[in-house]
Design a protein around this ligand. Sequence first.
Ligand code: BTN
Length: 228
Amino acid sequence: MIGTPRVHHRVTDSTNERAKELADAGAPHGTLVTADEQSAGRGRQGRAWTAPPGSAVLMSLVLRDLDERHALLPLAAALAVCEAVGSDPAPMVKWPNDVWIDRRKVAGILIEGRPQEGWAVLGIGVNVTTEAFPPELAELATSLRLAGYETTPVRLLPALLSALDRWIGAPPGAVLDTWRSRDALRGERVRWADGEGIADGIDDSGALRVRTDDGPVTLDAGEVHLLR
Ligand code: BTN
């Protein structure tokens, strides 16, 4: 079972940073780093990730020997978050690996690592008890509490670890089918750095298909934005 050994910090700069140090020093598969607070939490695309102290699950896992499961890890991790959260209201996945409730982001995932050395760090942040977001995020972000869930970071973590254990080892077909059933963008108009179109699901490699006026496009990395 993943989650052992575990190191918990009251405050650290980034749990991903701590987990990368541990991985580099030989920490085993499943090593978990958690924190109540991060002073320099990182998001994808060089963004910051912030959360009030004690309000979020802030965790990073050392994963080793992922083999062919590595390619779908971002999708599998997002499914684990959805499953751990519950079903009312239903969490959805926003390509590639955000978790949304009510079309607002409730969780983000940052995978970093050294595939050539056989390890990756899976970092997950889930907004759990946050009561309010700054005005610039109010339309884009939410927390489980704001969505009507009554859980806490301490209660959510074991459910999340057990869901991760199942989804990281799941067959690719199951990951793809379940991800498709939770796809928040399918049929929606999206924009990315080089274009705009209608999201049309994912292919078997996990890449996003988009229908544009100039024909189909496949995006295998980067960020897309929902045109609201
Ligand atoms: C994103 O949506 O941009 C990814 C956010 C990932 C945030 C988590 S919080 C725990 C771990 N430590 C970090 O510094 N980042 C990840």
